[in-house]
Design a protein around this ligand. Structure first.
Ligand SMILES: Cc1ncc(COP(=O)(O)O)c(C=O)c1O
Length: 421
């Protein structure tokens, strides 16, 4: 390491909610093989390399569809898996596509959408942007409990109006780790005939997400977080049949029906103009294969990963209740119920960025501090004036000892602060 490097050798990466790190080695190997041995743009040539690229894309779509049980009775609908840049891109396509289509279909109609106060700017900002340009569009955010971050399904039901077209909700909060009662939301939306869009940025690959069982119509997922794929990958999974109720955001070349002046209606081309991030998608495919099939240190398959991360959450909560950390508060659920391994803490005196800097400089613990792109959530929790919180988030490669080390570090910083103040 160069002498002037800002990176100290002792690092404990606890920012998996931003993107997971490390990735399984097979992800890099698959990407390297694609870049060095195949290289071609899928579906743009009849030669073997281009066909091989198309085959790899298809396998990744199929794996995503099966992983999230999204295809209806056949349990797979690969052509209804749309590759995106990230979760935000998938959410933009779903939100703007559904709302603009509804506005266009009936020019006399007002259109309404519902989200929650625990949702991310990736939902809130597209809604605000639409409301600025579409006078017939409005939206409502349902309040969450300030202690747990949970949204009461009855409050969600009460927010629906005859004009409501879409409910967009986060599954697990990126601030408190709170897991919303999705199946109850799904039942409410189904009964009301409202489309349910789920932001699974923090749950995909960390806990079960089952489109059919939970009544999810549209699922936005990152490839680069819990699914362990590379940055620059994500997907929108569309319930078969719903694609006709979503306007595309973009048009362009698809390598199909090139003689036509208009963008094709067929899936997945309808929502995928232009060349793909094929190396990234190939990496994501390898990551899914690893998650589903590999023997790893925690056992085999995705259930072992889920169990490992549940165990990390238990270890954090136990260590949290045992540690002497004067002046420090944990936001959200105080037990393992209704939560995943995303933990945000607030100190009476130290600001969130100061705490994050001390965690890094003195303990090598890497966290994310601030408002976490979730301004309503911090308003709900009463932490906006403090500048947000300091967030620690686990992932598949974090160990129980890592979690104890991080909680011990929080304790020692807070005890040192208590002595000087
Ligand atoms: C709850 C939630 N939604 C959406 C996003 C946006 O994800 P991406 O960076 O994949 O666009 C994030 C990112 O952290 C998130 O935590």
């Amino acid at each position: 390491m160069p002498a002037d490097s800002m990176i100290s050798p002792k690092r404990l990466y606890l920012d998996n909610a931003a993107t997971s790190f490390p990735k399984p080695a097979c992800v890099h190997e698959a990407m390297l093989r694609y870049a060095t041995e195949i290289g071609a743009s899928p579906g743009r040539g009849a030669y073997a390399e281009s066909r091989e690229g198309a085959n790899l894309l298809w396998r990744c779509r199929d794996a995503l569809s099966r992983f999230f049980n999204h295809g209806g009775p056949s349990h797979t609908a690969p052509e209804h898996v749309i590759f995106t840049l990230n979760t935000s891109d998938a959410l933009n396509l779903a939100i703007k596509g559904v709302i603009r289509r509804a506005l266009r279909e009936d020019p006399s109609r007002r259109v309404h959408a519902v989200t929650t106060d625990m949702d991310h700017n990736s939902v809130l900002r597209p809604f605000n942007a639409l409301a600025q340009t579409e006078p017939r569009f409005s939206w409502t955010a349902v309040a969450a409990d300030p202690l747990t971050g949970l949204v009461d399904p009855d409050d969600l039901r009460a927010a629906l109006t005859p004009e409501t077209e879409l409910v967009a909700t986060v599954h697990a909060s990126n601030v408190t780790g709170t897991v919303q009662p999705l199946a109850a939301f799904g039942a409410i939306c189904r009964a009301a005939g409202v489309t349910l869009l789920v932001d699974a940025a923090q749950s995909a690959g960390h806990t079960e997400v089952d489109c059919d069982a939970m009544g999810i119509d549209l699922l936005a997922v990152p490839g680069h977080k819990g699914l362990l794929g590379p940055l620059g990958t994500g997907a929108l999974l569309i319930r078969p049949g719903l694609e006709h109720s979503i306007d595309p955001l973009r048009e362009g070349g698809t390598g199909s029906v090139s003689e036509s002046a208009f963008h094709p209606e067929t899936m997945p081309d309808r929502f995928e103009p232009g060349s793909h991030n094929t190396p990234g998608i190939v990496g994501l495919g390898a990551a899914l294969d690893w998650l589903i099939n590999a023997e790893h240190q925690f056992g085999a398959g995705i259930d072992a990963i889920f169990a490992h991360e549940r165990r990390l959450t238990e270890v954090f909560i136990d260590a949290w209740h045992a540690v002497d950390a004067p002046g420090l508060r944990l936001l959200g659920p105080q037990t393992t119920a209704d939560r995943l391994g995303v933990f945000s803490v607030v100190h009476d005196v130290l600001g969130p960025h100061e705490l994050a800097m001390i965690l890094e400089s003195e303990h090598g613990v890497l966290t994310r501090s601030g408002i976490h792109c979730a301004p309503h959530a911090h308003n709900t929790l009463g932490t906006t004036d403090r500048g947000g919180a300091t967030r620690l988030s686990v992932g598949a490669f974090v160990t129980e000892d890592d979690v104890r080390t991080a909680v011990d570090a929080l304790g020692s910083i807070c005890r040192a602060m208590a002595q000087v103040s």
